[in-house]
Design a protein around this ligand. Structure first.
Ligand code: XMP
Length: 304
């Protein structure tokens, strides 16, 4: 990008030109939607309602932080935990799970858009999203599918020409905190793509704790492009003097430019060791921890 300040000025002007009524944006707290929300707020002020949907599939402490950071806006927080869990009940197929989450998003949005009489939707779609969606690699991206279902006058995508690193530059220039501008990507379907098989409250709780530990140990010292934990199944273990059939947690840490390809990080053994010992000792139902060394391709970054 040539000039960040120029981009910001132009984006705000574009939003002002295209929108003249109540508008909404799905604010997830990721860098893309955060940048769009700030740009749109600058352009529209009170006309904008950023909507944060607490799907129950968010990371530890995330909802609280979003409220703190974006509380100065007209932020609407919706607790939809039950709804998402119900939508996912009994589903084991990855695509069906993704669709269920996508649909639940759409429904919550539809309801809120109607309530607010919002005629405009702002979306944080970035350039690689468009490429991957067009190529059919992703079936659900951000709140993919919204435009065809909800009847908006117009959908505005202020950062659709930018790559991720450019979005981060804009975020920094807008004065967003470091935890937002240097934030790694987090998938729209949330922790559900990090749970192989049916999503249950139990599994969500376990994977959320494991994620938090992995982030604590890896984010600052190693600055991976993305790192997280996933539940990949069950296996036997011995805890205390008992044999258990506990969760298997996979740890992922990758380097990448834009998520289209990625390589596993070569982490020091003592670091992997510490992660294993923290996860197995702090989370009672985990029987073992593995480290995923597969690049993308052939694997994807997420497990589902
Ligand atoms: P994959 O797993 O496809 O992930 O290699 C590439 C990047 O995209 C993120 N990702 C998603 N983001 N909705 C999103 O908004 C999704 O359905 C989705 N699936 C994957 C993933 O976290 C990684 O950064």
């Amino acid at each position: 990008m040539v000039n960040v300040d120029k981009f910001i000025e132009k984006a705000i002007q574009q939003i002002k030109d295209e929108i003249n009524g109540p508008a909404i944006i799905a604010l997830s707290g990721g860098v893309d939607s955060s940048v769009c929300a700030v740009l749109a707020q600058k352009a529209l002020g009170e006309l904008l309602t950023p909507i944060y949907i607490d799907t129950g599939l968010m990371r530890k402490g995330e909802t609280q932080r979003i409220k703190e950071i974006f509380g100065y806006m007209n932020l609407l927080t919706i607790n939809s935990k039950e709804r998402f869990l119900n939508a996912l009940k009994g589903l084991t197929d990855p695509e069906e799970k993704r669709m269920a989450v996508g649909e639940a998003f759409i429904r919550v949005f539809e309801e809120e858009a109607k309530e607010l009489n919002a005629r405009y939707l702002i979306q944080g779609t970035i350039y690689p999203d468009r490429i991957e969606s067009e190529g059919g690699i992703k079936s659900h991206h951000n709140v993919g599918g919204l435009p065809s279902v909800v009847d908006f006058d117009s959908i505005v995508e202020p950062i659709s020409e930018l790559y991720k690193d450019e979005v981060r530059e804009v975020a920094q220039a807008l004065g967003l905190p470091k935890e937002i501008f240097s934030r790694m990507p987090f998938p729209g379907p949330g922790l559900s793509v990090r749970i192989i098989g049916e999503v249950t409250q139990d599994k969500v709780d376990v994977v959320r704790e494991a994620n938090a530990i992995v982030e604590e140990e890896l984010l600052e010292p190693f600055k991976p492009w993305q790192t997280f934990a996933a539940i990949i199944g069950k296996g036997t273990g011995v805890k205390g003097d008992q044999r258990i059939h506990g969760w298997i947690i996979a740890v992922r840490a990758v380097e990448s430019r834009d998520g289209m390809t990625a390589g596993p990080m070569e982490l020091p053994w003592n670091v992997l060791n510490k992660i294993e010992s923290r996860i197995t000792s702090e989370i009672p139902d985990v029987a073992r921890v593995v480290y995923d060394i597969t690049p993308k391709p052939p694997a994807t970054i997420e497990f589902e």
